[in-house]
Design a protein around this ligand. Structure first.
Ligand SMILES: *Cc1c(COP(=O)(O)O)cnc(C)c1O
Length: 338
């Protein structure tokens, strides 16, 4: 399928994303407890002809990242934090990838010249307090390459908060060896930000990798993409987020699917996403609830959808200077504005 697919994309405007199904993920599919869990997993990683269907509004750079590139590898969009594109390679290729014009196109791990530019930028811009080490997946690199990269950043900016953004806890949990975890621990302050979409992604090995990080004192905040046919149900998401919190992982973001080329079959309409999130809000504690957000097309940045999702709870009130809200019991409650 994959090789035909590449030819079929000619002239359609579609972007070919390589096929990569990690062994650990295949095991999860094979061992899934139900056919619907197996389908939710395989849909994320097995290509489909729907990727050739480009919808209006979809673009090659949905987040407008090129607008904010300060070096070929560094995106500086928000005042105090930057995003580092360590490599174009991933451990597996998610079919809904929003960075699909960068990933899987043979762009290798950051070399010395590009790293020097990044380090110069970090030194020249002390207002930058955090760096998201992303890609691609930084865990594609060897332990030595990864630790050397992080150490080089640490040497020039001892204060910088490192965020390691990865799908390795799901795709290659064996990467988190005692040795790597202890080397990461030595690079603190460092958070691991795993991408996890479905409770069936938390198999034994995956759970062990998260537990190992937590036990070693490395904090974890997860991120999830809302995906049609994968996790577009409040009960599935509630199960995922509750399990993560039990492991010591704080659910960070639930992202609306971006307007990347050919991913429309994964997109849940905003109105439906908001309804799912409203239900989640009732099912989960504040601790377990992630921020539901959309990355605005063209470079507008992340925008929280939790407030708009709750707008219909705001009630009309004859009194001015009060905020009137429907409580969970449906009655109207007020709070003074001033
Ligand atoms: C998401 C993102 C960040 C981090 O934003 P947070 O809200 O702190 O998670 C930083 N830079 C870029 C370019 C991003 O897309």
């Amino acid at each position: 399928m994959a090789s035909d697919w590449r030819e079929d994309t000619a002239g359609t405007g579609a972007v070919y994303l390589p096929v990569g199904i990690p062994k650990a993920f295949q095991t999860l599919i094979d061992e899934a407890a139900t056919p619907s869990s197996a389908a939710a997993l395989s849909r994320q990683i097995v290509p489909s002809g729907e990727e050739r269907d480009i919808k209006s509004g979809e673009t090659a750079d949905p987040l407008g990242e090129s607008r904010y590139c300060v070096t070929p590898r560094l995106v500086h969009q928000y005042p105090n934090r930057v995003l580092l594109l360590t490599t174009g390679a991933c451990l597996g290729y998610c079919r809904y990838c929003f960075r699909r014009t960068f990933t899987g196109r043979g762009i290798g791990f950051i070399g010395p010249g590009e790293l020097a530019e990044v380090l110069d930028y970090l030194v020249a811009n002390p207002a930058v307090q955090e760096i998201l080490v992303s890609g691609g997946d930084p865990l594609v690199a060897t332990d030595g390459e990864l630790v050397e990269l992080l150490s080089a950043i640490r040497r020039v900016r001892p204060d910088l908060l490192l965020r390691l953004c990865t799908r390795a806890n799901v795709f290659a949990p064996e990467r988190f060896t005692d040795s790597l975890v202890s080397r990461l621990r030595g690079l603190r302050p460092l958070w691991v930000i795993p991408h996890i979409n479905h409770p069936a992604e938390l198999g034994r090995a995956q759970t062990d990798s998260l537990r190992k990080l937590v036990d070693s004192g490395i904090p974890i905040q997860s991120q999830t993409v809302l995906l049609r046919g994968v996790n577009d149900s409040a009960t599935t998401l509630a199960d995922l987020f509750h399990r993560l919190v039990c492991l010591g992982v704080k659910p960070g973001y639930l992202f609306q699917c971006d307007l990347a080329l050919g991913v429309s079959s994964f997109r849940v309409p905003l109105s439906e996403g908001m309804a799912i999130w409203r239900t989640l809000r009732e099912l989960l504690s504040g601790l377990s609830l992630p921020e539901y957000a959309v990355d605005l097309p063209g470079g507008g940045g992340k925008f929280p959808l939790s407030v708009p999702a709750l707008c219909d709870r705001i009630a009309d009130s004859p009194e001015r200077d009060v905020l009137a809200v429907h409580g969970l019991d449906g009655k109207v409650y007020t709070y003074p504005r001033t």
